[in-house]
Design a protein around this ligand. Sequence first.
Ligand code: NAD
Length: 466
Amino acid sequence: MTDPTSAFELMKSTHAAAPIADAQSRMAQLDALEAALLEYEDALVTAMSADFSHRSPHECRILDITTSLSDIRTNRKHLKRWMRVQRVKTPLQFKPAKSEIHPQPLGVVGVISPWNFPVYLALAPMAAALAAGNRVMIKPSELSPRTSDVLAEMISATFPADVATVITGGADVAAAFSALPFDHLLFTGSTAVGRKVAQAAARNLTPVTLELGGKSPVILMPSADLDRAARRIAWGKTTNAGQVCVGPDYVLVPRKKMEMTADAILGAMMRLYPKGTASDDYSAIISERHLARLHAMRDEAKDRGAQILSNEPTAPVAGSRKFAPIVVLDPPPDTAMMREEIFGPILPLIPYDTPEQALAFVAARDHPLALYVFAEDKDEQDLWLDRSISGGVTVNDTVIHVSVDTLPFGGVGASGMGAYHGQAGFETFSHMKPVLRQARWNGMFVTEPPFKGWKARALNALRKVL
Ligand code: NAD
């Protein structure tokens, strides 16, 4: 295991000697990362599936490998344009000076990643940080140890240790990692650990991007196309067995439609996984502890009188970490499933009587990472766009705004701060340095004392026109 402090010091000193990587070398690094990912793809897929005890190879490839390749390629395609000095307007009183913004690498970037997309959430920030000319240290999750080991091997076989490295280890290593004086630290994980990371980074005044979680609501408005909504909610809730940061957490449903919505969603889940949890395409839960947490959530809601609905065709295989998807009708607000991020295939349906009531329900909770509104009526869509705050929104679908790399991705309030993906990632990992080039002949002498006579009059006149 690499020691985080010495790995950091090596990068820091190399960066001081050779601070700015030009476009050519950044593109070469992204080429190398792409080639490595293709070479290690099978090993990574096998490791991910083993870490989850079962995760469909298709899901591994789509959610972790294809998404990472797409990010690497997007960065490579655009980085020359993003690196360009941007000329911006200079206000009249400062003309003929010229104003520019110079994107500049920050130095050494730290990335702490979770287990749910163990490849993508390590490599997507890495690709953005390399595109911006930085050196990168990654601390992947100890809950997906096989994948973390393959990532470590892949990165050390591909990059010199002063360009990129992977530090493996548990929460103690992660805590030491977050205490390093990085030039930027991007953390993806839970809100609780995000708080600790922010505190550790604050001691070094290290800027942080916090990609956190929370309860992302779905709102089914009266004009929604129920079948279409049910299919996309079912997909969003069961992909990766619900272990998705932007997965639909619960659904607000017009009271009269609650039963028919439950039926439509369960039907859609069956069509996705005809053999239920025995389907090869259906993933398992990451650990026994996480599985026990979901069982406890379900049992508590049942004990409190909530109706639990499932379409599971067979009894779960003994010893399997698969959890059959369930829909829960109107669980009490103080149950764990309505207080905590569910992060699994449990879908509470909460009835509402008026859209105002639904807006108030969402507004009374932390700002979610994502919000999904299903409505055919544009006014019903706009009501949510105008009146709710969330990290991002997909209208009439779930999850997919995350994959659109022209959109910045990040949370707000308790669901995170800062953003990345596409150009937003490049700018997150760059210092967008403002530069003013003063002209030889300029009007700044007006600001030099003594302020008497015409100068005082000129400054007064200026106040009126600015
Ligand atoms: P987690 O917060 O438990 O762990 C994330 C990482 O933090 C791991 O690498 C872990 O080693 C490290 N860590 C643990 N203790 C630490 C400490 N004291 N200091 C620094 N680092 C520490 O999260 P998880 O269980 O791996 O992931 C699930 C959570 O992540 C969910 O809340 C989910 O919503 C969120 N998530 C968010 C996004 C996003 O993009 N916003 C994506 C995926 C997951």
